[in-house]
Ligand binder design. Structure first.
Ligand code: SF4
Length: 180
C-alpha cells in the first residue's frame, strides 16, 4: 500500500504543538501503517522532500525572514497545508512582542534583562532578520486547515489526520475545542 506522505516543521513556537502530536500515543502506531513522516524537526531529515508530500504541518508563528522561507518551502512542497496551533493560526504568544515593537523586545530580551551582563542581540544569516510584526502563517502562505489550541489536543490532531486520510476535509465537532 502506498503511504500518505506527511512533513512537519516549526517556526516561532515552543515545540508544544509537536509534543501534542506525539501525545497521540499508541494511535500513532496505527497511523504509521498508512502514513510516512518524511521529515520533521524531531527526525533526521528536516526539510520536506523536493518531490512533495500530501500533507504539510507547520507549528509556530512568522517572526523573521527565515520563518517565511520555511513556510514557503512547505507550501510549495505540500498539497494540503495545516496551521497547527494558535501561534501558526494567529501569532499567539510570539505576537505579544507586537505590543512593544521588535527592537524594544530584542533589547529587553538580550540587553536589559536583569540576568544579562554584556549582552548582544544575535545577528546571523542563519537566523534571518526579525520582522516588524509577528503574524500567523496565513499572512505569507495559503493555509488549507487550521487546528487551533495552545497546543491543540492530541485528539483534535488525530481526528484531523484521520479525516484527511479518509479523503475528507475535517469539520471539527465542538468537543475538540473545549478547554475547561
Ligand atoms: S500554539 Fe502554544 S503549544 Fe503550540 S507552539 Fe505556540 S505556544 Fe507552543
Amino acid at each position: 500500500m502506498t503511504k500518505v506522505k506527511i512533513a512537519t516543521d516549526w517556526l516561532a513556537g515552543c515545540a508544544g504543538c509537536h509534543m501534542s502530536l506525539l501525545d497521540i500515543d499508541e494511535r500513532i502506531v496505527n497511523l504509521l501503517e498508512s502514513v510516512e513522516i518524511t521529515s520533521s524537526p524531531i527526525t533526521d531529515l528536516k526539510h520536506p522532500p523536493k518531490d512533495g508530500v500530501t500533507v504539510g504541518i507547520l507549528e509556530g508563528a512568522i517572526c523573521n525572514t527565515h520563518n517565511i522561507e520555511v513556510a514557503k518551502m512547505m507550501r510549495e512542497r505540500c498539497q494540503i497545508l495545516i496551521a497547527l496551533g494558535d501561534c501558526a493560526t494567529f501569532g499567539n504568544v510570539p505576537a505579544m512582542r507586537n505590543f512593544a515593537g521588535t527592537e524594544e523586545a530584542l533589547k529587553r530580551a538580550y540587553l536589559d534583562t536583569e540576568s544579562v551582563v554584556g549582552g548582544l542581540i544575535p545577528d546571523s544569516p542563519e537566523l534571518g532578520k526579525p520582522l516588524d510584526m509577528v503574524t500567523g502563517i496565513d499572512k505569507v502562505v495559503n493555509v488549507d486547515l487550521f487546528i487551533p489550541g495552545c497546543p491543540p489536543s492530541a485528539d483534535a490532531i488525530f481526528f484531523a489526520l484521520s479525516e484527511l486520510l479518509a479523503g475528507r476535509m475535517p469539520a471539527f465537532p465542538p468537543q475538540y475545542f473545549k478547554y475547561d
